[in-house]
Design a protein around this ligand. Structure first.
Ligand code: VGL
Ligand code: ZN
Length: 198
């Protein structure tokens, strides 16, 4: 069994001082750095949006950040502008060790479609290609870390289970946004799906 470490969205905009800051987001960095040597394969994602992305409240007339909109693929939270392609906010946290990362998946690049999960965009159908990469590398199990527990980490964990991977969430290496009970909901969904909570 090969277990890979999947590092989700440890980017400046999700850390204190960023445009969609997660409380304590930067605290995951030293934990993740220490964990990397325990895994033969390390993969990371970056949230990577064009400025005109449809998940940004600014791109919806009169919409407030953290409100929702109905999209063709379902209900979408409208976020503050964050992780714009090439911006400092979209870069990895400067202290994240990146030398051992063998693949970086950039997601959320389609202006009309958000992508929380590392595996599928929010229509739950459009693949990022990550599953194929991991299977080709013989990976059968994943440990997930990063930001944010209740959105990109949680959706990635559920998709990974759906794809047949063994999944563990390393909770001390994750932090949540926690919007209207979203953390409790995500933890419940992950437990129900058989995600190991470490
Ligand atoms: C994320 C909201 C919007 C995340 C990304 O990384 O959890 N959350 N885009
Ligand atoms: Zn995003």
């Amino acid at each position: 069994m090969t277990t890979a470490l999947l590092i989700i969205d440890v980017q400046n905009d999700f850390c204190p001082g960023g445009l969609l800051a997660v409380e304590g987001g930067d605290a995951v960095v030293p934990v993740i750095n220490r964990m990397q040597d325990d895994f033969p394969l390390v993969v990371a994602t970056q949230d990577w949006h064009p400025a005109g992305h449809s998940s940004f409240a600014d791109n919806h007339e009169g919409a407030e950040p953290f409100s929702t909109a109905e999209m063709p693929y379902g209900t979408q939270v409208l976020w503050p502008v964050h992780c714009v392609q090439g911006s400092d906010g979209a870069a990895f946290h400067p202290d994240l060790a990146t030398d051992r990362i063998s693949l970086i998946v950039r997601k959320g690049t389609d202006p009309s479609l958000d992508s929380y999960s590392a595996f599928f965009e929010n229509d739950r159908k459009t693949s990022t290609g990550l599953a194929g990469y991991l299977r080709d590398k013989g990976v059968t199990a994943l440990t997930l870390v990063g930001l944010a527990t209740d959105f990109c980490v949680g959706w990635s964990a559920l998709d990974a289970r759906r794809l047949g991977f063994d999944v563990t969430l390393a909770t001390d290496a994750c932090r949540a946004i926690d919007l209207d009970g979203s953390l409790d909901a995500a933890m419940g969904n992950m437990r129900d799906a058989g995600v190991g909570i470490g």
